[in-house]
Every structure is written in C-alpha cells, then in structure tokens.
Design a protein around this ligand. Structure first.
Ligand code: PLP
Length: 383
C-alpha cells in the first residue's frame, strides 16, 4: 500500500529531478571544489549555479547565500553571528512558538546571562505585535521571529518586524524553514538581515540548508576551519546536497503557483469536510494568514497519538504537534502558547500537504478519519 503522506512539514520526499541532478556528484564527479585539479575544478561551476538558484527563489544576491548542513545550523549560525557582532548587548527577542532550533538555543543562552523576551501569541496563533515593539531596547542584539509556524502554518508579519528593527539598528533574523518554497519571498526589497532555510522541507534531501545574510550585515562564522563559503562556514562543501538544494529551489519557484492553488484547495477541502463531519473539531491557527499546505485540527477529548496510530493503519501518515514533540504526551509548546484547552490540545493533528498529494489522498482521509474519531471517543475516559 502506497502511503498517503501528509507530514510534509516534518520532511518531504526528494523530487526525482532533484535526485537526478545530485546523483553524478557521488561516484563520478566526486571532487573537492577546493582542489586544483580537473576533478575538483568541474564542481565549482555547479556550486555557483546552485547558489544562483537558491538566491533566485528568495530574491537575494548569490553572495548573500551561505550553505549549511540544515535549518538548525542556519538558525544557530544567525543567532551566534548577531550576538558576536554586538557583544555588549545582552537581550534577545523571539516568540513563544519558535521551533526548538531557536527556542532551545535561546533557553541555553539565558543560562549564559542573556535576557530573553519571548513574545506571546493569541488564541489564533498571531503574534502580539504591541508587546514585541515594547520589548525592543537599546540593549537588544537580535530579534528572531519565524516566518511561518511549523505546527499551525500561521504566518507572522516578518517584514513589519524587520522594519521596526531596522529603525532601531537591531539585527533581524527569520527562521523561514516552513515558508521558503510556499510563499513568495523577495529579500532585495526587504529589511530582513538573515533568513534560514532547509532543503528537506522543499524536496531536497536531509542534511543541507542555507543561511541568507544581507550584504553589509556584520557576520562572524559559527563553524571555524577552512576557507569554504568565503570563510563564513568552514567544512568541505556537501556538493551533492548543494546541487540538490539548488535544483529544489528552482523547482519550488516553478511549483509555487500550484502550491498556492491546487494544494491550498486540497487543504481547504480536507478541513471543510472534516469539520463538517466530525463534531467538536476546531482548526488551530488563524485561517487568514497560513501557509497553503498546513492544517492543524483539534478533536476534543481524544489523544492525538491514538488518532495517528489508527490513521497509520490505513497508510495515512500525519503528525501530532511537531515531529520533534510527538512521542511525548505533553501538549506541544505551540498549543500551550495559544492557550488551546488541554482536552483540545491533546487531540491535535497536523496535516501538511505537498504537490505530490492528490484529491484521492484527501478523500481517503475524509473517509477514514470520522469513524476513527467516533471509535476513540467511545473509548475515551474524557467523554
Ligand atoms: N525551523 C523550523 C520552523 C522547522 O520546522 C524545522 C524543522 O522541522 C527546523 C527549523 C529545523 O530544520 P532542520 O531539520 O533542517 O534542522
């Protein structure tokens, strides 16, 4: 049975064209781009092409792209760079709903004496912009706010925040791991200083990411060693990964329209039908500002984990909360920050679609989920 995979915010399938583009760079063109000989020399132009492809997708200049190993490394690098650039400043502003790549990092920095302001969200998952503005002080070294939330898809007004930061001379970073490839991004025309992205969320393989650093932003490397990436990220380049990321970005640009029409329609159909058929079900996160592929729905009085296990028996792969938090019975930090009541937060399921999903996939979920919820509610101690 071919799975119905609706867990694309956790990771995506590698696109066949992406795989084909990277394949020669394992056994045939395996050179190190730093080598002087022809085997190494043939790789350099491909890296340049990939850098152009990534830059094109987000409206950046190629020399503003630094290849990293993943979204987490990009986030860590950005935070490190901003703090190192302004060592006298000891305050960081972020949100309560960041991915642990930022959330756990700032917790660890608080133990090193940094003061952290974690901006609250409301019941719809929207950021409290008033308290964000009030939190900015002359001691603020960095504001890091995600572009789109991985659990709910809620989009934050990052450009507005970037402008606020620019007016005050504060560095602004955004974790755009869940936004790149889904939403149009034009950094040439923006006040964002740094942006993280990750290959495996957009049909490239795991283990490759990138950090955009606006030209002129003070930067100090996180990985120290060789001169790769113009001294901004040491370590021999992941050549096949970089080529794959370039190709994936090119394809994401071409598929963006489909993502925002067909995929969005599939997501909306899934939600509308589930809400219609299942009593006491509620969408988490504002429907006004969301990535087109993501739906997070709470089903009252049952465990999300039980729903997932039963869906899995029908080959349907979704997630409860983020992949990192599922497995624990604690409601996710995002649901808690939104104030979702305990009985709803526990039964929250995230469906995250991609261009590979079909109408038949969605209709199968619509068919299978209502009886699953009904059965679990009969067994539930809460009902
Ligand atoms: N940021 C967000 C918003 C994410 O969703 C993820 C992964 O789920 C990451 C960062 C981490 O990316 P990576 O898995 O490439 O380290």
């Amino acid at each position: 049975m071919k799975p119905i995979y609706v867990d694309n915010n956790a990771t995506t399938r590698v696109d066949e064209e992406v795989f084909a583009a990277m394949q020669p760079y394992f056994c045939e063109e395996y050179g190190n781009p730093s080598s002087m000989h022809s085997v190494g020399g043939r790789v350099g132009p491909k890296l340049k092409e990939a850098r152009n492809q990534v830059a094109n997708l987000i409206g950046a200049r190629p020399d503003e792209i630094i290849f990293t190993s993943c979204g987490t490394e990009s986030d860590n690098t950005a935070v490190h760079a901003a703090l190192a650039a302004d060592p006298g400043k000891r305050h960081i502003v972020t949100s309560r709903v960041e991915h642990p790549a930022i959330g756990s990092l700032v917790s660890s920095l608080s133990k090193q004496g940094y003061r952290i302001s974690e901006i609250a969200v409301d019941g719809d998952g929207c950021l409290d912009m008033g308290s964000l503005e009030e939190s900015l002080t002359p001691d603020t070294a960095l504001v890091s706010i995600m572009w789109a939330n991985n659990e709910t898809g809620v989009i934050f007004p990052v450009e507005e925040i970037a402008q606020m930061c620019r007016q005050r001379g504060i560095t602004f970073h955004t974790d755009a791991v869940q936004a790149v490839g889904k939403l149009p991004i034009n950094l040439n025309d923006s006040a964002i200083d740094m942006l993280s992205l990750s290959g495996h969320k957009l049909h490239a393989p795991k283990g490759i990411g990138a950090l955009y650093v606006r030209k002129g932003t003070k930067f100090s490397p996180f990985m120290i060693g060789g001169h790769q990436e113009k001294g901004r990220r040491a370590g021999t380049e992941n050549v096949p990964g970089i080529i794959a990321l370039g190709k994936a970005c090119e394809l994401a640009g071409k598929n963006m329209q489909e993502e925002n029409t067909r995929v969005r329609d599939l997501r909306d159909r899934l939600e509308t039908e589930l809400i219609k058929r299942i009593p006491d079900a509620k969408i988490n996160g504002t429907v006004k500002q969301r990535t087109p592929n993501t739906s997070n729905i709470s089903f009252a009085n049952i465990e999300g984990e039980s729903i997932l296990l039963m869906l899995n028996e029908f080959g349907i792969c979704a997630s409860s909360g983020s992949a990192c938090t599922s497995g624990s019975l604690e409601p996710s930090h995002v649901m808690r920050a939104m104030g979702v009541p305990f009985t709803m937060a526990h039964g929250s399921i995230r469906f995250s679609l991609s261009i590979y999903n079909t109408l038949a996939d969605i209709d199968e979920i619509i068919k299978q989920l209502p009886p699953i919820v009904e059965r679990l509610r009969v067994l539930s101690p809460f009902s």
